[in-house]
Every structure is written in structure tokens, then in C-alpha cells.
Write a protein that binds this ligand. Structure first.
Ligand code: ATP
Length: 575
């Protein structure tokens, strides 16, 4: 409780005060009472009465000079700020000096592209790429014996562009050329050229070619050429100066080659569509070799090459594994065998059997699998989704082959797995019929159709979200790209307008009117609605079969394709 001045005087006289602190420049006293309380009480200017009374009643009185305390505090704070300022300044100076040094060392330093002497590869290590290897033998013979070709007046290409999906053996092929010709192999990824400082990449290109010329004849391999070789002047906001300067330097270096100087540049990309045309004109990367995903025969050869160093059980038939892996690249196949070897080692086995290969294949297809949901109600709902989709897929045959279904799920996914091996011929040809794509949409809606039939349309779940995304993807492609709708044989969108090029992004965003856009939307919706009705019709008289298969799936967690096909056939024959 705040006390008044007169109360203070009374309290001094009645002996209720232990001590007084006088602060003259604030004209107040801090008073400590016998009951433990402390109070700040204002006093008069030059108050003599307080001094007299405290002296009279023997109350200890201290005088505090706040101004000098404040001066000290101000001094300490000021000093602290100055210290922080000086430290920050010196930190900034040190950092910028370091960056400057780095820049100098980047441009001054020779790029460390090492001649790969670890292992020599030959065309025997490259399986299933016979035609591609044959195309490149000419380069090998030039590197091995240049004079013969020079005498005949022949010129070898300066640059070879290897084009193909990731993991199809482009690097391997380039290494094999160097190995066959027994010449040094310099390899670098184009993304390593590009730094945050403009001009460093160009300097590195100069260094690379200087080194290569000194070691001629040799192979220079530039991986991911698209990361510097994209069409110039296409970047949003004016492009990337560093990338463009690096590309210009590369073009200049290749132009500066004396014919037949023994340096052959091999570049690899999986995005040939984005490459600057200047790169592919004669005198630069004018020889292009396309490498596609391996077919069944090639997959068998690749598996055989990588199985050389792995002890396989007699029952393992690599032909079968080649059949089961359409769409796999060489790297995927190598990985399949590696993973199976790891599984075998983990189980203390000395040879690899079909069991380990099967596990490795599941991992390659689905990633790591997690246990099914434990909640019985949700598990049942997911089981109906899986069985619904599977039965629709069997009733509306595409060429894709049902492998297995499982309640185990991929990490990050809610629903289980329904796995089909894509049809080899369809993959190889790249030709998709209208009915094939429509069937894919109906199959994707099999899980939703089963939920509607069993639980009612108000109780459907979002568990089939991935399938619904596929429905939109395919329906959109049918209408906007393939001319598979009532809007006629028109592609409203084309690959040429690809955003990746960053070219005229605003202009090419949409090339059709709003009216057409609405028509496209209604066509997509109509396809989806037809497809769900189709799926419901296919399943409506098979609810009891679904019930049985759902019970079995819940008990076993996984069902093989043969079992489901037999169950469906016997059901159809009895109804
Ligand atoms: P990226 O485009 O991702 O750089 P890439 O096409 O250069 O891939 P590589 O690095 O050559 O592919 O291949 C990766 C691995 O896959 C190789 O180490 C090799 O073991 C294996 N591989 C790929 N294709 C073949 C093949 N045709 N024969 C044997 N092995 C292959």
C-alpha cells in the first residue's frame, strides 16, 4: 500500500521503519518497514526533516546517486553496442574476403576432371545395346588408329549426343568407347560447370578442353548436358547469364577444334527437346544416338551381365525375371540384383533365390512397404477398394497382367496395392488405343465403385485419391492431347509448348478460348462419369464374390493373381 509523506513521518516516530534510502535527484525515499514491506515515498526538495528525524530515531539512512549509476549503465551499454558493431564488421569483412578468394581460386583453378583409370569397360559390359555399340565402333577405330582414317580423308564427328532415359547405360557406353580404344576418359557433369559467379563456368570449360587436348586422343564425357545446353534466351526474366556464358564457351571450344585432333566429346541427356539448336548443328554434337529402355531380350542380357558376379540358385531363371520387369532400365535391373544379394546376406544365405529376387522386385516397384492398417473397419473398407479395382481390371481386360494384390501399402499411401505388369508390346510401341486408355480410367474407378455398392455413396472414402488423380490425368490427355473426345481430333496442348523451356510462358499457356476451355472441362467430367457408371455396372452383380475375396484378403493380407482369376471364373460359371 502506498504511504503518504505525513504517514512516513508518523512511522519514523513510532519506530516502524528499519532503513531509508534517500535518492535526492529523484526527490524520493525508499523505505523498508518492520513488517517487511518496502515503499517509495516522494519528499520535498532539500528535505531536511527526513534527515533530522532519521538521525533522531537512529534509523540507518543511505544516500544513492542515481545519476552516476545511470552514467555507468549508459557507458556499459554504449561500449557493448560498439563492440558488437566492430565484431560484425570484422566478420563481414572476413566473409567477403573469403568469397573473393574462392572466386579467384574458382577461375584460376584447373577443373579437376580425372582420367578414370579405376576400371576399363568394354562393349561386352554393355548388354543389349548392340546397334548403338556398332554405331560407335567407328569412333573407337579412329581413336585407336587415326592415321588410316585421315589418309582416307575421313573426319570423325567432334561430338556425339547420347539420348535416353536415366539409367539406360549412356555413361557406360561412353566409358566402353574409351576402354575399347584404350584412351583416357574425362568425365564431368555439366551441372558442375555452373557456379554462382558469372564467368566461372566458362573458365572451367576452357580448363577442361585444355586438359583434354594435352592428353589427346581421349574422350571427354559431359553428363546432363541439358543443364547448361538449354535454349538460350528462354529463361523467365532474361535467362541465366552464367549458364549462357558457359554454353557459349563450350560452343567456342568445339568450333576451335582442329579437325581430327583426337578429342571426342560425348554428351548425354534425357531432355533433347530443350537443347539449344546451336549445340546439335553440324560440327558440334551432330551425331545423335538414341538409347531406349531395354526390351525383354536386352533385359535378360543385362541381368546376365550383372549376375556374373552373383551366386544364383539353380531355380532362378533370368528369362522369367526379364519378363517380369518391363519398363526397368539397366540401372534398375542392376539394382534389383544388388538388393536381392543384400536380402540374401541379411538372412545368412550364401546364394540368391527367387524369394530374395521377389522381395527386391517388390521394393523396386512399390518402395518400402508398411504394415496394413490395424483398425478392422478401415482395413475392410480398403480391402473392398482393392478387390473392386482388381475385379474391374479382370472384367475389362487390357493387355496389362495382374500380378498380385496386397493390404501392405507403400509408405505415404493409405490404400493397399493392386499391381499389374504393363504390357511389353504397349510399352515398346508407345501406341495407346482410345479403348486402352478408357479402360485404365474405368479400372482406376473400380475402388470407388466398390465402395459405392457396398457402403453407399455417402460413406465413400478418399482412400482412392491416387486413382482419382489418374482418372483426371488420363481423361485430360484423351481430350486435350489425343483427340479422343467429342471435341474432335484436335490436340489443344502440345509438348512443344513445354513449360520446361521457359519459352514465352505467358503466350503459350493456353491456346484456346474460354468457351473451348469449358467444353474441355465438360468432356473430362463426362468421361469420368461414364467410367464410374461402367465400373458400377461391372461390379453390381458381384458383391457376394467381393465379400468372399475381401474376407480372404483380410486373413492372408496378400492374394496372388492366379487365385483371384480362378475365383472370378468359377463365380462367373455358376451365375
Ligand atoms: P543417367 O542418365 O542417370 O546418368 P546413364 O544412362 O548414364 O544414367 P549409366 O550411369 O550408364 O546410365 O548406368 C547406370 C548403371 O546401370 C551402370 O553402372 C550399369 O551397371 C547399369 N547399366 C545400365 N545400362 C546397362 C547395360 N546396357 N548393360 C549393363 N549394365 C547397364
Amino acid at each position: 500500500m502506498d504511504k503518504s509523506y505525513s504517514q512516513l513521518l508518523t512511522d519514523i516516530e513510532s519506530g516502524e521503519i528499519i532503513s531509508i534510502i534517500l535518492i535526492p535527484n529523484r526527490r524520493e525515499v525508499v523505505v523498508e518497514f518492520t513488517n517487511g514491506e518496502t515503499n517509495i515515498i516522494p519528499i520535498f526538495y532539500n528535505d531536511q526533516k527526513i534527515l533530522r528525524l532519521s538521525d533522531e530515531y537512529n534509523i540507518p539512512l543511505t544516500v544513492r546517486d542515481i545519476q552516476s549509476e545511470q552514467r555507468l549503465a549508459n557507458f556499459i551499454t554504449g561500449f557493448g553496442f560498439t563492440l558488437i558493431f566492430v565484431l560484425s564488421l570484422s566478420f563481414l569483412i572476413r566473409r567477403s574476403t573469403k568469397l573473393l578468394n574462392n572466386l579467384q581460386s574458382f577461375s584460376g583453378r584447373s577443373l579437376e576432371v580425372k582420367d578414370d583409370v579405376v576400371k576399363k569397360y568394354t562393349f561386352d559390359d554393355v548388354a543389349g545395346l548392340n546397334e548403338e555399340s556398332d554405331e560407335l565402333r567407328e569412333i573407337v577405330s579412329f581413336l585407336k588408329n587415326p592415321q588410316t582414317l585421315i589418309d582416307l580423308g575421313a573426319k570423325t564427328p567432334k561430338g556425339v549426343l547420347l539420348v535416353g532415359p536415366p539409367g539406360t547405360g549412356k555413361t557406360l557406353l561412353a566409358r566402353a568407347i574409351a576402354g575399347e580404344a584404350d584412351v583416357p576418359f574425362f568425365s564431368i557433369s555439366a551441372s558442375e560447370f555452373v557456379e554462382m559467379f558469372v564467368g566461372v563456368g566458362a573458365g572451367r570449360v576452357r580448363d577442361l578442353f585444355k586438359n583434354a587436348k594435352a592428353k589427346s586422343p581421349c574422350i571427354v564425357f559431359i553428363d546432363e548436358i541439358d543443364s547448361i545446353g538449354r535454349q538460350r534466351g528462354t529463361g523467365i526474366g532474361g535467362g541465366n547469364d552464367e549458364r549462357e556464358q558457359t554454353l557459349n564457351q563450350l560452343l567456342t571450344e568445339m568450333d576451335g577444334f582442329v579437325a581430327n585432333n583426337g578429342v571426342i566429346v560425348i554428351a548425354a541427356t534425357n531432355r533433347p527437346d530443350v537443347l539449344d539448336r546451336a549445340l546439335t548443328r553440324p560440327g558440334r554434337f551432330d551425331r545423335r544416338i538414341d538409347i531406349s529402355l531395354p526390351d525383354r531380350k536386352a533385359r535378360h542380357k543385362i541381368l546376365s551381365v550383372h549376375a556374373r558376379t552373383k551366386p544364383l540358385c539353380d531355380s532362378v531363371n533370368l528369362q522369367d525375371w526379364a519378363t517380369m520387369t518391363p519398363g526397368f532400365s539397366g540401372a534398375d535391373l542392376q539394382n534389383l540384383l544388388n538388393e536381392s544379394a543384400i536380402y540374401a546376406a541379411r538372412n545368412n544365405k550364401s546364394i540368391i533365390s527367387n524369394i530374395e529376387l521377389d522381395k527386391a522386385l517388390d521394393k523396386a516397384r512399390f518402395g518400402l512397404l508398411s504394415k496394413p492398417l490395424s483398425d478392422p473397419t478401415k482395413k475392410r473398407q480398403i480391402a473392398y477398394q482393392i478387390i473392386g479395382k482388381t475385379l474391374v481390371a479382370l472384367l475389362i481386360p487390357t493387355q496389362d497382367k495382374l500380378e498380385k494384390i496386397s493390404l501392405f501399402k507403400s509408405i505415404g499411401d493409405i490404400s493397399g496395392l493392386t499391381y499389374f505388369t504393363p504390357d511389353e508390346e504397349t510399352i515398346d510401341s508407345g501406341l495407346l488405343t482410345r479403348s486402352y486408355i478408357y479402360s485404365k480410367i474405368v479400372i482406376s474407378l473400380g475402388s470407388r465403385a466398390a465402395e459405392i455398392l457396398v457402403f453407399g455413396s455417402k460413406e465413400v472414402t478418399q482412400g482412392s485419391q491416387r486413382d482419382l488423380e489418374n482418372v483426371y490425368f488420363w481423361a485430360n490427355q484423351m481430350v486435350t492431347k489425343f483427340g479422343f473426345s467429342d471435341l474432335g481430333p484436335i490436340a489443344f496442348e502440345s509438348e512443344r509448348n513445354s513449360i520446361f523451356l521457359g519459352k514465352d510462358i505467358m503466350k503459350n499457356r493456353k491456346e484456346f478460348s474460354q468457351k473451348t476451355s469449358k467444353k474441355i472441362d465438360s468432356q473430362i467430367i463426362a468421361i469420368a462419369n461414364n467410367a464410374i457408371q461402367h465400373a458400377i455396372t461391372l461390379l453390381s452383380d458381384k458383391v457376394s464374390l467381393m465379400d468372399t475375396l475381401v474376407d480372404e484378403l483380410i486373413v492372408n493380407e496378400t492374394l496372388e493373381s492366379e487365385y483371384i482369376i480362378n475365383s472370378l471364373n468359377s463365380y462367373l460359371s455358376t451365375t
